[in-house]
Design a protein around this ligand. Structure first.
Ligand code: NAD
Length: 405
């Protein structure tokens, strides 16, 4: 099929590359012409495992452009532009701008909203612009995005059957369950899912807080034992310094605001957000307990991205930890396999800075950080993501392990 993808960020780039690889002709459009120039030159501005290779492999039927006119003749157009919050409320300006640009070029295509939007948005756009709108929320995880797009747990499609079926056809190759429903249900499924995941993480983080006070308790084992229960499941039951990224913080906030406008208070999501906000203080408390005063210490922080296998630092808890440690007067140096942000001091390799640090804190779950286990470290190691084997260290402390009062 001739398919357009608008907004070539994490979602758009992966959608475009995967659909091109399935034999579709893709026009990938972004208003950021510098970004488009980088995609065209093969200098892919997004780090996502396998993405660069997939884009280069499908060069022939994957065109990057900043020109909306290129969308003429496309049958389906996916919209994956940002939906940030403004004063806690979703800001739909990017979506509206994209729809109005499409409308001026191509009035016949099925417009598929991949961006996360509050329930009612698709139908409102349909009425205002008189276009065919289908909702197809995205559930991919950064760092695993190609695999998640090839084999999603489910595909959710909302809209009139005639159009929804056409979009379902695009995703048929995934062999995943496809749920066709109303646009409102589809939009709601996205927010309910993200809010549930945020709640699950905050839940286990509160159990971790308890474990820190109970002799012989360890949240890792508690989570493992809980996860065997199929009603609970093991995923997103990982204690740590909290969730971040471009989705969970923003979507839970927008969902609460949306519910308030309907006259409803979603208390459990508010609580999940509050618990998440306390995580940085918690890890600092563990550090102080293990090392003493943080001011003046030279600390190596492992990871700055919001999760492993990505260079995305949006709403990164690791970044928040970095600034919190600096505020406490620590001298922090960061090691991250891919994320580089201006103004932050990095070390090239872990070994290179080992002689000049007093302690290590793990802030992102990069699997590469397991190498610390083989370094015979004598300095304190604080595991904010519970990825290390405590037995391999002389002075170890981690989230969710007993350390006293
Ligand atoms: P992003 O910020 O990485 O990329 C969005 C892109 O859209 C940018 O490159 C921007 O230049 C472009 N853009 C903005 N306005 C445009 C316009 N009018 N026309 C063309 N391009 C335009 O965003 P993202 O992380 O890919 O997220 C996109 C949407 O998908 C958001 O609603 C987000 O909540 C949702 N989502 C994201 C993820 C994720 O893991 N990143 C997962 C699921 C859902």
């Amino acid at each position: 099929m001739n398919i357009g993808v608008i907004g070539i960020g994490f979602v758009g780039a992966v959608t475009a590359a995967v659909l091109a690889d399935q034999g579709n002709s893709i026009i990938a459009l972004d208003i950021d012409s510098d970004k488009i120039a980088r995609f065209n030159s093969g200098d892919i501005p997004i780090f996502e495992p396998g993405l660069k290779e997939l884009i280069l492999k499908n060069k022939k039927n994957l065109k990057f452009t900043a020109d909306y006119k290129m969308l003429r003749g496309t049958e389906i157009i996916f919209v994956a532009v940002p939906t940030p919050n403004l004063n806690g409320k979703i800001n739909l300006d990017y979506v509206y701008r994209a729809i109005s640009s499409i409308k001026s070029i191509n009035n016949d295509a099925i417009i598929v909203i991949k961006s996360t939007v509050i329930p009612g948005t698709g139908s409102k756009i349909k009425d205002e612009f008189n276009v065919n709108i289908v909702s197809n929320p995205e559930f991919l995880r950064e760092g695993n995005a190609i695999e998640d797009t090839l084999h999603p747990d489910r595909v959710i499609i909302g809209g009139e059957e005639e159009y929804a079926e056409k979009v379902a056809n695009v995703w048929k190759f995934t062999n995943s369950p496809i749920l066709i429903t109303t646009r409102e249900n589809a939009e709601l499924i996205k927010y309910a899912s993200n809010s549930f995941l945020a709640t699950k993480i905050s839940f286990i983080n509160e159990i971790a807080n308890l474990c820190e006070k109970i002799p012989n308790a360890d949240v890792e084992t508690v989570a493992k034992g809980m996860g065997y229960d199929r009603r609970i499941g093991p995923l997103f039951l990982k204690a740590g310094i909290g969730y971040g990224g471009s989705c969970l913080p923003k979507d839970t906030e927008a969902f609460i605001k949306y519910a308030e406008e309907l006259g409803e208070e979603i208390k459990i999501i508010k609580a999940a957000r509050n618990v998440n906000e306390e995580r940085i203080e918690r890890i600092i408390k563990i550090m102080e307990n293990k090392i003493g005063k943080i001011g003046g210490l030279r600390i190596l922080q492992m990871g700055i991205s919001f999760k492993e296998n990505t260079n995305d630092v949006r709403e990164s808890q690791a970044l928040k930890l970095y600034y919190a440690l600096i505020k406490k007067g620590a001298n922090v140096i960061v090691f991250d396999p891919v994320s580089k942000i201006e103004g932050i001091r990095y070390c090239e390799s872990i070994k290179a800075c080992l002689n000049s640090i007093d302690a290590i804190v793990v802030a992102t779950e990069w699997p590469e950080f397991k190498i610390l286990e083989d370094m015979d470290l004598k300095i304190p190691v604080i595991d904010g993501r519970r990825i290390l084997n405590p037995e391999k260290f002389e002075k170890y402390a981690g989230i969710g392990r007993h350390y006293g009062d």
